[in-house]
Ligand binder design. Structure first.
Ligand code: ATP
Ligand code: MG
Length: 258
């Protein structure tokens, strides 16, 4: 199956706030694509629209050529698009293994946005995925005891349980300690080498520029640049819109790993 993800002219307003304005981007099949931009530029809103958590006011989303605009989160998930959240959605009072085994699907009945997407797996596959993400030694610990970065790895493992063709990661490195950031980057590279497509929102420029094949830049809900990282990192519009502003956008130390 192909995993090209494309948006065409997406606009979305919340009251008077224009979160997205005529936003078009393409995530090529097999790529690791980055989505960057200052705080409030619309990155998470675009993720929510692409994954069925929000409806656009106008515009369209295509997955593998199929128009999925307005499809439910459950439907989109079933079509092979997995995602993680800026604030991880794991169950802190369940063990890691239990988190893996619980098939929580996004649905209105389960509280809509509170639920997360995870596949149904057996114990063996659950252990394999915990091993792959490097947290299997904590399999029987409560997820609430994990560090911030380990929670991100657990959430990634639960998403991988569904064998998604494309994975959207919202700030996978935010607040994570440097050694775990390396682990997260390595796992993304492994998965990509085996064919998984990625779209990654991240403020850590070293992470984005080192990992991504293509980078799209949002500013005030509009795409201001798109291209390979070496071009993007020197584009004057990007420096102006983002890298200058990034100095004021350091993530808060809250939740950072000790
Ligand atoms: N549900 C909502 N209701 C009202 N306003 C919203 C809602 N969701 C997002 N917004 C507004 O839309 C704009 C875009 O927000 P969004 O969360 O998409 O930005 P972002 O690029 O992900 O920012 P960050 O880097 O801080 O995560 C902001 O002005 C935000 O306040
Ligand atoms: Mg966001």
């Amino acid at each position: 199956m192909t995993a090209e993800l494309r948006t065409e002219g997406i606009s979305k307003a919340f009251g008077g706030v224009h979160a997205l304005d005529d936003c078009s981007l393409t995530v090529a099949e097999g790529s690791i694509t980055g989505l960057i931009g200052p705080n409030g530029s619309g990155k998470t809103t675009l993720f929510n629209i692409m994954t069925g958590y929000e409806r656009p006011d106008s515009g369209a989303v295509y997955l593998a050529g199929q128009n999925i605009t307005g499809a439910s989160a459950q439907k989109v998930f079933g079509l092979g698009m997995g995602r993680t959240f800026q604030l991880t959605r794991i169950f802190p009072r369940l063990t890691l293994l239990e988190n893996m085994l619980v098939a929580a699907k996004p649905s209105r009945e389960r509280g809509g946005l509170l639920a997360r997407a995870g596949g149904t797996v057996d114990r063996r596959r659950a252990r394999e995925l915990l091993e792959f993400t490097g947290i299997d030694q904590y399999a029987n610990a409560l997820a609430g005891t994990l560090s911030y970065g380990q929670r991100k790895l657990l959430e990634l493992a639960t998403v991988l349980a569904a064998d998604p063709a494309i994975v959207l990661l919202d700030e996978p490195a935010g607040g994570v300690n440097p050694s775990l950031i390396q682990t997260i980057a390595a796992r993304i590279r492994d998965l990509n080498a085996r064919g998984t497509t990625f779209l990654i929102v991240e403020h850590n420029m070293e992470f984005v520029m080192g990992l991504c094949h293509q980078v799209t830049v949002l500013d005030y809900g509009t795409v201001v640049a798109a291209g390979p990282p070496e071009i993007i990192s020197t584009d004057p519009r990007v420096l102006d819109a983002y890298l200058g502003a990034a100095l004021d956008d350091e993530p808060s130390p809250d939740g950072a790993d000790a």
